[in-house]
Design a protein around this ligand. Structure first.
Ligand code: ADP
Ligand code: MG
Length: 624
């Protein structure tokens, strides 16, 4: 057996780094600006702790496009590098000066917001450049140096006469990447990645108009100022106590300038133990196209934009929210765009879920009216959360609302108290009646309300799934849609009327009805109800309709081909039935049954096509 060490030679690795390390070419600018920001942060820190005895005013970073010479400049006024530091930090690939700095100033610099990590960011510059130069002057009393490298592992390093402290990176943009010599392209990139970074970034100048002079003698003066593209202290980096409602709304506009609607609520995230995370999440007003509105949350690391794919960090049901999450602790791979899912991420996800639930709960408790008012806009997210996250379900139980058709809002517990005591099914479970559509189910709602039952209005698309879950989680309840067979059972139980018809008359009626009403589609039921209760009513078994509903929005194919079976409940005590029985002419009788049946179908939205046309014609004949 022999042992050895694999020999990795720089010549081979270097082209690989250029080609494969980064998922996206354009991030080179983000990396260079991150380094410039780190250099500035370091200088501020050293000055704060008295290690650099210098005046720092307001250091900025400048980006310049020199289209003529095909060069891009990134200039900072930060710590700079000495010749030795260049050798150490730049010439050694994957040696991170940022990590070293954090290690050295462990206690004082822990929360300084240093971005660098892997010691690889700088080399991304070679993805778009034929040559990269560094001209840098350290804050220490040493001469400036000029480093230059054309992408091969060979470099040159010379003294330079730069006098100002800081670093200038000069990229000679390669032919393939000439897009990066367009001002608009660079501006877009700066806006995308660097819009909320902590050091001001200048990109060119702009003209502003200033009001000068007194009130009576107004003058306008034009002035050329630096065009600073970033907001250095975005709202999420501040303390919630220093922000008011308007600040949150303004920041929302900042994030989504194309969005004209105000957010409904905001949730300020702010933890530093056991992980560091800040951010602001917003509940937007959701319109119908849910998919278009997903994935608008932006992920930042120390104010550097990373991605707007927060899959895995934010629980699925909250991807409809908007806003920003910033955490240096979210483990991303080198290219920073892909998440390495691990237990730390799981903790972050749980924290976000809990925080959202707590915030909703506190709004519900403190401002119930406001919460109720917005319920319709937020219910889909909450109901989806209750279905998909057990922990959220437990918390949401106290603030999830169940509105009635009369615009009252109940929590689950309040609802149970509202329901009639004897409103139970065969197994003694409390029956909760609900409608999904005020218009389509109007006649059933009226009927139920007329009999003194409370009817809920539950109209979100996933409601049948939630109902199923509530029934299995909460003991002794059962939901039934208002037009299901349950209502007829309730009424029967309540009324206990004595039948006006004897058995012979019942058989006769049955015969008449069966001639007209097709057996394969309708199960005929003769019931002795109050004489003023509806004479013909079509209902559908609750379980059957619900299975179909659930299947329609993705609940398995088991019930796909279930036949449509309905009940026809005929009130034998109604005057209409007495009429039908007393009519002598067969034609007239049949017409009356058909008409009644069609009316019942109409209120279940079952009368269509030719049947509807016939019904209209017959109705006109009847009133002629
Ligand atoms: P990282 O930022 O992850 O440490 P980089 O490859 O981006 O790795 O940079 C390597 C090191 O080079 C940095 O840690 C820093 O010490 C040094 N460096 C890069 N850019 C600058 C700059 N503009 N000013 C001062 N030092 C810099
Ligand atoms: Mg870096």
């Amino acid at each position: 057996m022999s042992k050895g060490k694999i020999n990795v030679s720089v010549e081979n690795i270097f082209p690989l780094i250029k080609k494969f390390l980064y998922s996206d070419q354009e991030i080179f600018l983000r990396e260079l600006i991150s380094n410039a920001t780190d250099a500035t942060t370091k200088l501020k820190h050293l000055s704060n702790i008295g290690e650099a005895k210098i005046d720092i005013e307001n250091p900025i970073i400048e980006v310049k496009v020199d289209k003529k010479n095909k060069k891009l400049h990134i200039i900072d006024q930060g710590v700079g590098m000495t010749q030795d530091e260049i050798k150490k930090y730049i010439n050694e690939v994957a040696f991170s000066g940022a990590e070293e700095f954090l290690e050295k100033y462990k206690d004082s610099a822990k929360d300084s917001g240093i971005i660098g990590h892997f010691g690889l960011g700088f080399y991304s510059a070679f993805m778009v450049s034929d040559k990269v130069e560094i001209i840098t002057k350290s804050y220490k009393d040493e001469s400036a140096v000029h480093w230059s490298c054309d992408g091969s592992p060979e470099f040159t390093l010379n003294k330079h006469d730069k006098k100002e402290r800081g670093t200038e990176i000069i990229l000679s943009i390669s032919k393939d990447s000439k897009d990066y010599l367009e001002e608009s392209k660079i501006r877009d990139l700066l806006r995308k990645y660097n819009r909320f970074m902590p050091v001001p970034i200048k990109f060119g100048t702009k003209e502003i108009v200033k009001d000068t002079g007194s009130d009576d003698d107004k003058k306008e003066e034009k002035e050329i100022v630096d065009d600073i593209i970033n907001i250095t202290e975005p709202a999420w980096t501040k303390q919630p106590k220093d922000l008011d409602e308007q600040n949150y709304k303004d920041f929302y506009k900042e994030l989504y300038p194309m969005n004209f609607e105000d957010p409904l609520f905001n949730i300020h995230l702010n933890v530093d133990y056991p992980f560091n995370l800040t951010g602001i999440l917003y509940f937007p007003k959701i319109s119908n196209d849910i998919n278009l509105q997903k994935d608008k949350i932006q992920l930042y690391q120390n104010q550097v934009f990373v991605t707007d794919n927060v899959e895995g960090i934010v629980p699925e049901f909250l991807t409809l929210l908007r806003g920003v999450i910033d955490s240096p602790d979210i483990p991303l791979n080198v290219s920073r765009s892909y998440l390495q899912v691990d237990s730390a991420v799981k903790k972050i996800t749980n924290y976000i879920t809990r925080k959202v639930a707590d915030k909703l709960n506190s709004i519900f408790k403190k401002e119930r009216d406001k919460f109720q008012e917005k319920w319709n806009d937020i219910k889909v997210i909450i109901e989806y959360g209750m279905l998909s996250e057990e922990k959220f379900y437990e918390k949401a139980k106290s603030f999830a609302l169940y509105p009635s058709t009369d615009n009252e809002y109940f929590t689950f517990d309040e609802l149970i108290n509202e329901i009639k005591e004897n409103q139970t099914d065969k197994e003694d479970k409390t029956i909760i009646l609900y409608a999904t559509d005020l218009k389509e189910q109007d006649s059933y709602i009226k009927l139920a309300k007329g009999k003194g039952y409370k009817v809920l209005l539950l109209d979100s698309p996933i409601i049948s799934h939630l109902i199923q879950k509530l029934e299995s989680n909460e003991k002794n309840i059962s939901f039934s849609r208002v037009d299901s067979d349950t209502l007829e059972n309730l009424i029967k139980k309540d009324e206990k009327s004595i039948s006006k018809l004897d058995d012979k008359q019942k058989d006769k009626l049955k015969g008449y009805l069966e001639e007209i009403i097709p057996k394969e589609k309708f199960t005929l039921q003769l019931e002795a109800l109050d004489s003023d209760t509806i004479p013909f009513m079509i209902t559908q078994p609750e379980f059957m309709r619900r299975m179909k509903d659930m299947q329609a929005n993705g609940g398995g194919g088991m019930f796909g081909n279930m036949p449509e079976i309905y009940n026809v409940v005929v009130n034998t005590n109604s005057n209409l039935i007495s009429n039908i029985l007393s009519i002598k002419t067969k034609n007239k009788r049949e017409r009356l049954i058909k008409q009644s049946m069609d009316l019942a179908k109409l209120s279940q939205n079952l009368l269509k096509g030719e049947d509807l046309t016939d019904f209209i014609k017959r109705s006109f004949d009847l009133i002629k």
